[in-house]
Design a protein around this ligand. Structure first.
Ligand SMILES: CC(C)(COP(=O)(O)OP(=O)(O)OC[C@H]1O[C@@H](n2cnc3c(N)ncnc32)[C@H](O)[C@@H]1OP(=O)(O)O)[C@@H](O)C(=O)NCCC(=O)NCCS
Length: 167
């Protein structure tokens, strides 16, 4: 399956909101439907790219040859602390397990390394076994647990990855 990774643009906002909704619904089902709405993408227009002297947030999308966006990733880099965060990633559920998530995180790794991040942090819900396997595949390891964090009864598993530099 041919796709490329590129920087998020405002025209992607509604589609990214849709992928976010659909991909996370595969994890949380009815609870997601009851607590979330697709949204119009305005969140993404506002937050996808933010830059200050000490902080950069950026977002990428995966795009098929026909122009259809099939995945997104939102990350940041705290330039003062050398700490990067993977905030959210989602792939069109009809295309899970075809390498799109790996390609998106690989692009983020270029961004983090360019900005000399020491450590990358993320978290995922304990029920999200697919994401847990995915993050471990990408080299993250478990660091801790946040009990009943975003939802009652659902814990967040904290994951991290450290980078080293030869020069
Ligand atoms: C998690 C997610 C981003 C992964 O994206 P993807 O494109 O499906 O993942 P990839 O095809 O790149 O998979 C890479 C590796 O992850 C692991 N993996 C992915 N899906 C898996 C599954 N269902 N079971 C076990 N391992 C899995 C495998 O190690 C896989 O490598 P392999 O193909 O060599 O076996 C995607 O499934 C998704 O959008 N999930 C819903 C939203 C979500 O959970 N986001 C993260 C929450 S914080």
């Amino acid at each position: 399956m041919a796709f490329t990774i590129r920087r998020f643009e405002d025209r992607d906002a509604a589609r990214v909101a849709e992928i976010m909704y659909e991909s996370f619904r595969t994890v949380f089902g009815k609870m997601w439907e009851e607590n979330e709405t697709k949204g119009d993408g305005s969140y993404w227009k506002e937050h996808a790219h933010v830059e200050t002297p000490t902080f950069i947030a950026t977002s990428f999308v995966a795009e098929q040859e026909d122009g259809k966006v099939i995945g997104f990733l939102h990350v940041d880099a705290n330039l003062k602390r050398g700490l990067g965060i993977l905030h959210s990633i989602g792939v069109d559920p009809t295309i899970f397990a075809r390498g799109v998530g790996t390609a998106l995180v690989t692009e983020a790794e270029k961004f983090w390394r360019l900005h000399r991040m020491r450590k990358i942090y993320t978290c995922t819900s304990h029920v999200n076994r697919r994401a847990l396997a995915f993050y471990k595949h990408m080299g993250f390891h478990e660091e801790g647990l946040l009990k009943s964090h975003f939802f009652d009864g659902i814990d967040e598993i904290q994951l991290a990855k450290f980078y080293s530099y030869d020069d």
